[in-house]
Design a protein around this ligand. Structure first.
Ligand code: GDG
Length: 474
């Protein structure tokens, strides 16, 4: 296998196995794929990741100009490393323990083993002096493992989810190992300035390393020190492609058709989330249900469309959440539906991107009520799609996107009273104010698209490489 100068390491490969298509692989629609596609196309790139099916063994292969390196996971590893440690320990802990994290030694052991396997695969795939960019919380130990195996490499790590305050982080029985794992990177990227701050504080408290601005002084086994940079690189979307879809005649016609099929209500509210307890879907339903109950909204005038795409269906907390949400939705619909109008149109399904953009265009109010969210790309996708400068974004201050999207109506989703008032404010907002806010939001999302995100991160890695080689030649 040829070695690449730029290697991305992520839990998932950017493709799904599909016997029905030519070659057996189909591009998967994830955001990270779109984010990194231009970078990978321009570079001599490789991507290391799990093909998404337990037990699937596959040799490295080329796909649309990128070398893909599959990492095999057994059934048991999917259960322990992925569903267990990644999604039932780290995910709830890093999202401020909205659900209780479970600490299982067996899960941790599997996490270590799988991280070793990813690090080995990355080490073999990367050319001398190359760059490796590790993605996300499933692979926090990879940077250090990789540095031990390949000190010649420049290593980046990007953390897509929040990094919690020290008081919560310190619950983790393996808190030192995880920090040391991450500090193997030259550049550690976070969504928000606050996440980078929480990380630096954990490093000071646990490891007693010095931190100054974004620099962390990391002692080396040979007695020297090196600097790791930890700072915010807020991720974004491929803004132009959303704008293009939103301008397409068929997509606009579909938006009109969606409104029609909902009975042309005066107001359409929309939520689009993976069905996850971090997204605040229950809080949103509670506020909406109470507005109907109070008579401030009338089911003849308003419909809430909630797309809840299926997610992590083998993890117990997600099974329970689905039951709770579906019970709440049917109670509200049972209480308020009329023959012609439904209060909530609930869709536990995934849709093609064209359909998502049509929904964005059809929706007068977008509800992002996350209790904790690294960034929340849906908020940015809604804004990018509103080429007509209409629509109102209600955005939780606990989503990373709130740092940039100051012209949204920002809310605390725990404060149901204010959330209700804000929904009313959105529903009643004049077209002029919608336009003023939406133009400001759109400028933000246009000026800071995903291409800028990856360029900024890779520039920071270039600076690190220059610093490292200067230090080596000293
Ligand atoms: C993690 C962090 C951070 C959803 N349903 C459908 C669909 N989606 C797409 C959305 C969006 C993506 O999935 C979800 O991204 P989010 O950012 O909203 O949330 P997470 O999945 O939790 O992502 C998050 C992100 O990583 C990136 O760093 O922002 O904070 O938790 O793009 O549009 N797409 C289609 N059909 C669906 O039914 N096509």
């Amino acid at each position: 296998m040829p070695q690449a100068d730029l290697v991305v390491v992520a839990n998932r490969l950017p493709v799904d196995h599909d016997e029905t298509v030519d070659g057996g692989w189909r591009r998967s629609p994830g955001g990270l794929v779109t984010a990194l596609e231009p970078v990978m196309r321009g570079a001599d790139g490789a991507w290391v990741g799990w093909p998404g099916r337990a037990g699937l063994k596959a040799e490295p292969f080329e796909f649309e100009g990128t070398q893909l390196v599959p990492v095999e996971l057994s059934d048991e590893e999917v259960e322990l490393y992925y569903e267990g440690f990644s999604n039932d320990t780290i995910w709830p802990l890093y999202h401020d323990v909205i659900a209780a994290p479970r600490y299982r030694r067996q899960w941790w052991e599997s996490y270590v083993q799988v991280n070793e396997r990813f690090a080995e695969a990355a080490a073999s795939a990367t050319a001398e002096g190359g760059t490796v960019w590790v993605q996300d919380y499933q692979l926090q130990l990879v940077p250090q493992l990789l540095r031990q195996a390949r000190p010649d490499l420049t290593i980046g790590y990007f953390h897509h989810i929040p990094f919690p305050a020290y008081g919560l982080y310190s619950q983790l029985p393996w808190r030192r190992q995880v920090l040391e794992g991450l500090l193997g990177a030259d550049v550690i990227g976070f969504q928000r300035v606050a996440d980078a701050g929480n990380f630096a504080r954990a490093v000071r408290r646990q490891l007693r390393y010095e931190t100054k601005a974004s620099g962390i002084t990391v002692p080396q086994p040979d007695g020297t020190v090196r600097t790791a940079v930890a700072r915010a690189f807020p991720i974004s979307i491929d803004t132009a492609s959303y704008e293009e879809l939103a301008r397409r005649e068929d997509v606009r016609a579909r938006a009109a058709e969606i409104r029609e099929s909902l009975g042309n209500p005066k107001h359409i509210l929309l939520g689009v989330d993976r069905l996850d307890y971090t997204k605040g879907i229950r809080h949103r339903l509670k506020a909406f249900g109470e507005l109907l109950q109070d008579g401030r909204l009338d089911v003849e005038d308003v419909t809430l469309v909630q797309v809840a795409s299926p997610s992590r269906e083998r993890v117990a907390a997600y099974v329970q959440l689905r039951d709770e949400i579906e019970l709440t939705v049917s109670r509200i619909n049972g209480d308020y539906d009329t023959m012609g109008h439904s209060a909530i149109r609930y869709l536990h399904q995934g849709y093609p991107r064209e359909e998502m953009v049509a929904l964005f265009l059809a929706a007068d109010v977008m509800l992002v009520t996350a209790l904790r969210d690294g960034m929340n790309l849906v908020a940015k996708e809604y804004v990018a799609s509103r080429v007509d400068n209409r629509g109102v974004l209600i955005l939780s201050e606990f989503a990373g996107a709130a740092d940039e999207l100051g012209s949204a109506l920002r809310i605390n989703p725990h404060d149901i009273g204010t959330l209700k008032d804000t929904i009313m404010q959105a529903v009643e907002m004049s077209p002029a104010e919608q336009g003023r806010r939406m133009r400001a939001l759109r400028k933000k999302v246009r000026d800071n698209d995903v291409e800028k995100w990856s360029r900024d991160f890779l520039d920071a890695l270039d600076t690190a490489r220059a610093r490292n080689s200067a230090a080596r030649s000293e």
